[in-house]
Every structure is written in structure tokens, then in C-alpha cells.
Design a protein. Structure first.
Length: 91
């Protein structure tokens, strides 16, 4: 969470509260692979997020709406995490 705040805020909303649900999601992503069990991985993960115009809210929103901005919870959700790791948001 500290890495997220350091690398992605204030552009993305800061993580303020450490809920049990967030801890559970973080543990699940951490334990998903040996590769994920280092702060280096997470630094690179959040650096990749920072490079994405879509995830950072720098891309225009659909139909003239507000742009999408990823949140911490969105980034650690299982299906979204896989998409980000696989580079789906780096067009």
C-alpha cells in the first residue's frame, strides 16, 4: 500500500484505510506466485500502472464521460490484476 501511495498518488486516490478485505486480497495476490513475493515485483507492477494512460485517467472517458481511474482495490482484484500483469492496458 505504501508503494501504491508513493508511486501513484495524487493522480490515483490514496490508500488510507487498511481493511481486512484489502489485507485478504493483498495476501492472495502475494501468494498467487513466487514472483509476486517481492517488493521489486510490486514496484514494477505499479510503475506499469503509472505508464498506462487508461489506468491513470489520462485517456478520454467513453461517450464524453469522466475518464476511468484505477483504484487500489481495482488493481488488486483477481481478474484486474491478471489483466494488468499481462499488459492489457498498455496500447
Amino acid at each position: 500500500m505504501n508503494l501504491f501511495n508513493r508511486l501513484l498518488t495524487p493522480t490515483l486516490p490514496a490508500v488510507v484505510l487498511v481493511s481486512e478485505a484489502r489485507k485478504k486480497q493483498i495476501r492472495a495476490r502475494w501468494n498467487q506466485s513466487d514472483v509476486h513475493q517481492s517488493l521489486e515485483f510490486w514496484t514494477e507492477y505499479f510503475a506499469d500502472v503509472a505508464k498506462s494512460d487508461f489506468l491513470m485517467g489520462r485517456a478520454a472517458g467513453k461517450f464524453g464521460g469522466a475518464p476511468f481511474r484505477a483504484t487500489f482495490d481495482w488493481l488488486i482484484a483477481p481478474s484486474n490484476f491478471v489483466k494488468v500483469v499481462e499488459g492489457n492496458y498498455h496500447a
